[in-house]
Design a protein around this ligand. Structure first.
Ligand code: DC
Length: 230
């Protein structure tokens, strides 16, 4: 039997990391973990408890309530991927809203939140055979991952993709609003003190501004198969 490896996929927001990671995991028969969903679920929890809104963020209040946050991925066979559960409730739809996207970088800056989620992520990857996507997977969560991919694309290309995705789901947003969110998240994600978005020195960078999904998928599958056979 082929050996199992750990695949870390990091990069800017809306570069199609999760679509690629999901496809790759299916192709290899690996587990897929979307760590962004975990940061989004904690953000949704903070919103539900009145700890974050447009006027401010009660960081200490969130830290105090963190032990009551339970996150779980449950596989949905109809969809073919795992959905995010927050304290036993499926929050897969709620966590993808523009409102959550607007607050999530603030929550992801909190070291206590990161420590809790990183521990859970490392535990999920103990047996390898995993594709995990996020911002700090190749640098912090699995610095020894056998294959690290860093995905990027121009902000405009990413905003167009995100805008199409949101409007297809019926959300009312403007392209300018989405572009502003993408640019703001890039800035906060890359400039935070704890685990900023960085390309690991041994990561392979893929700029997919001008690559089709199929071209990109073929490229990454061949990298993965090559690494598994090493
Ligand atoms: O991948 P995404 O857009 O769903 O991620 C949501 C936010 O969570 C993103 O703005 C940065 C943060 N994040 C992070 O800080 N570390 C991760 N491993 C994954 C996401």
């Amino acid at each position: 039997m082929d050996k199992k490896i750990t695949i870390a996929i990091d990069g800017h927001s809306s570069t199609g990391k999760s679509t690629l990671a999901k496809q790759l995991a299916r192709e290899l028969g690996y587990v897929y973990v979307d760590t962004g969903a975990m940061y989004r679920a904690v953000t949704y929890f903070a919103m539900q408890h009145g700890l974050i809104d447009k006027d401010g963020f009660d960081k200490e209040g969130l830290i105090k309530l963190l032990p009551t946050v339970s996150l779980q991925f449950l596989f949905n066979p109809e969809l073919g991927f795992a959905e995010m559960y927050l304290n036993e409730v499926n929050v897969e739809t709620e966590i993808r809203s523009m409102e959550v996207s607007g607050f999530v970088s603030k929550v992801a800056e909190v070291s206590e939140v990161r420590a809790k989620l990183v521990e859970q992520q490392q535990h999920m990857g103990e047996n390898k055979g995993i594709v995990m996507d996020g911002r700090d997977i190749g640098t912090v969560v699995f610095p020894k991952a056998e294959l690290k991919i860093f995905m990027t694309a121009s902000a405009e290309v990413r905003a167009h993709r995100r805008y199409d995705e949101l409007t297809a789901k019926g959300q009312e947003v403007s392209y300018d609003e989405v572009l502003a969110n993408v640019t703001e998240r890039d800035y906060i994600d890359s400039h935070r003190t704890d685990s900023p978005l960085l390309k690991a020195s041994d990561a392979i960078e893929i700029d997919n501004s001008n690559l089709s999904r199929e071209e990109q998928f073929e490229k990454v599958v061949s990298l993965a198969k090559h690494t598994i056979q090493l």
